[in-house]
Structures are given as C-alpha cells and as structure tokens.
Design a protein around this ligand. Sequence first.
Ligand code: NAD
Ligand code: TYD
Length: 339
Amino acid sequence: MKIIVTGGAGFIGGNFVHYMLKKYNDYKIICLDKLTYAGNLETLAPVMENKNFKFVKGDIADREFVYNLFEEEKPDIIVNFAAESHVDRSIEDPGIFLQTNVIGTGVLLDACKKYGIKRYHQVSTDEVYGDLPLDRPDLFFTESTPLHTSSPYSASKASADLLVQAYHRTFKLPITISRCSNNYGPYHFPEKLIPLMIANALNDKQLPVYGKGENVRDWLYVEDHCRAIDMIIHNGRVGEVYNIGGHNERTNLEVVKTIIKELGKSEDLIKYVTDRPGHDMRYAIDPTKIKEELGWEPETLFDEGIKKTIKWYLDNKEWWTNIINGEYQNYYKKMYENK
Ligand code: NAD
Ligand code: TYD
C-alpha cells in the first residue's frame, strides 16, 4: 500500500506518519508538505532514514506539481492533512486559507479523479459545525448537524468538505471525511492553546486567556486521532463522514490551570486578554457512529494525556525553543502585544 500524507510535517500529519510507519512495515508513506511556518522537518527527523518513507516538498495547490507526483508515485490512498490551521491567523489574513484549504483540496481531488485512487481521505474538523451554547450540556455535534461556520478557517474547511462530497456524488470518487475535535500532544506548534501555555509557563511568561476563559473544547490526544483515521481509511464506508472525539470537555481556564499546577507555577501568570472576534463557545462531539461502526474509542483521557504532553515538552525543549526563537517572535508580538 502506498499512501501520500499531505501536511505530514505539521502536528497531526507528523504524528500520523510516525504512527503508520510503526504499525505497518510494508506500507510506503510519502509526505507531501510545503513547509510553511507550521511545517517542521525536525518532526520527521526520526523517520527520514526509514526505507518506507519519503519526503517531498511541494504545494497541494500547485496542479502541475501534484499531477507529476501522482504520475510518478501512483498512490493507493491520499490522506489530506495539509491546511492553514490557526483560527487567529485566519482572522488576520483569510486569503491563504482559501488558497490552501479550498483550492488545494480541489487540486488533490482532480488528481485523484485523473489518475484513480482507492481512497481519498479528508481530515476535517468539528469547527465546521459552528458552536454549541454553554447552557446546553445535553447538545453534541453529530454527523448530521448542519454546517454553520464562524471563522474564515472553519468556513474554508467546510467548503473543502462540500467539494469532497461533490466529487463523490458526481464523479464517484471513493472518499471519506473525518471531523475531529481539538487535538493535543507531541509536535504541536506553540501558537495553539496547550503548547503556547506550556512554553510560556516554562519561561515564566504571562498566560493570555481570551475573554473569561469559559469557552469549552473537547480535547483528544493526537494518537487517538491517528488511530481513528487508520480505521476509517481501511474500514470506513465510502462516502461517509465520521466524527472523532468525545467526552473530554474542559473550559480553557481549566486547561490553563491544569498546566500551571503540573508545572508548579503560579496562577498569577494568567492574564485575561481581549476576546477572539466571533469566538466559538463550545465544541462537543458525539462519537456514536465511529464507535458503533468501527469500534473506535478514545484511549487516552485528558488527565493522563495532558501529563504525557507536558512531559514531552519538557523532554524535547530543543524542538519548541527552535520555533519560538525564530520568526514566531514577530507573530507573538503582533498577536499579543496590544491585547
Ligand atoms: P499544522 O498547522 O500543524 O500543520 C499543517 C501542515 O500543512 C504543515 O506542515 C504545513 O507546512 C502544511 N501545509 C500548509 N499549506 C500547505 C500547502 N499548500 N501544501 C502542502 N502542505 C501545506 O496543522 P494540524 O494541527 O496538524 O492540522 C492538520 C489537519 O487537521 C488540518 O487539516 C486541520 O484542519 C485538521 N484538524 C486539526 C485539529 C487540531 O486540533 N489541530 C483538529 C481537527 C482537525
Ligand atoms: P486554539 O488552540 O487556537 O484552537 P481552536 O480555536 O481551533 O479551538 O484555541 C483553543 C481555545 O483557547 C480557544 O477557545 C481560544 C483559546 N485561546 C486562548 O485563550 N489564548 C490563546 O493564546 C490561544 C492561542 C487560544
């Protein structure tokens, strides 16, 4: 089996590359990644010499490049992780989100249609469903919850999902889509809540909590997400959407206080800052479908996963200090200086 993993130098794609190479010693994994600010070859360093792995630098929206790659490699499966993934950046500059997340997905679908494929899997997000109110803990996202997006990021991901479904209906492309909740774990870029708070706390820097910190996210340890995608590409029904996540809901403030406690720091580091415009209140997944059809359940609950994650950041300081000592400093200044 030959799989092209796009965005494999990023957080979840990188974890998926590691997971698949470890699990299947007869699969060839080709990582196609543009190496944007979020792509990091350090994440792939442990597998660079693996004979079943190949890294190719390129843009999923570059049609000629993608067609050449398909012609050369003749992949069986595509798993598309490549995306602009940060909501705050999409508020600053939506254009690149449309280019990569929508146009890029369209190019990959055209390549699959032209050269043939056993499976195209689109890695989507629960953010396409919009948000749930805080005072209705009985409500959850199911696969039939209407798409109702809030940010340019989630709107671009929802557009991509619709395109993927259109290629299934019109061209009979064998697709699947997964919509996962917030991930955390090793190799997570420190612009996102959990790694940002760990890095700042370790450096005794302020911990910027948006608004009142009452927004709720449904946290999933990244390896559980990788295992779910593995199950879907092998056993999921063609044309179907699968939600991934479930029952690890925490408010942002709870997450930040857990990190502070684990690191033995003071809650005085918390700084309440201006809220994100359009900030989604609550995400919560109903995972019944993937549980009943594929037998998937999260294995790592939040209290254990956050400890493992903090340990990884303590053991791999070089990975994240290299990031925060570079261009990231300009980003941080721009996003947080006047909040
Ligand atoms: P990330 O930002 O860490 O990584 C994205 C990767 O894609 C990077 O390596 C980047 O270089 C690459 N990339 C960006 N534009 C590209 C292009 N035009 N061509 C080729 N490569 C390109 O993102 P992540 O958090 O690992 O998310 C991966 C996928 O999972 C995304 O599609 C995201 O929408 C989805 N997702 C993320 C989460 C989460 O909590 N992080 C949750 C659900 C779904
Ligand atoms: P994030 O990790 O950006 O993921 P998403 O917005 O896709 O869910 O943010 C998670 C939550 O944490 C979200 O409610 C916004 C909040 N947040 C902060 O309070 N401070 C921060 O510095 C960041 C990056 C996020």
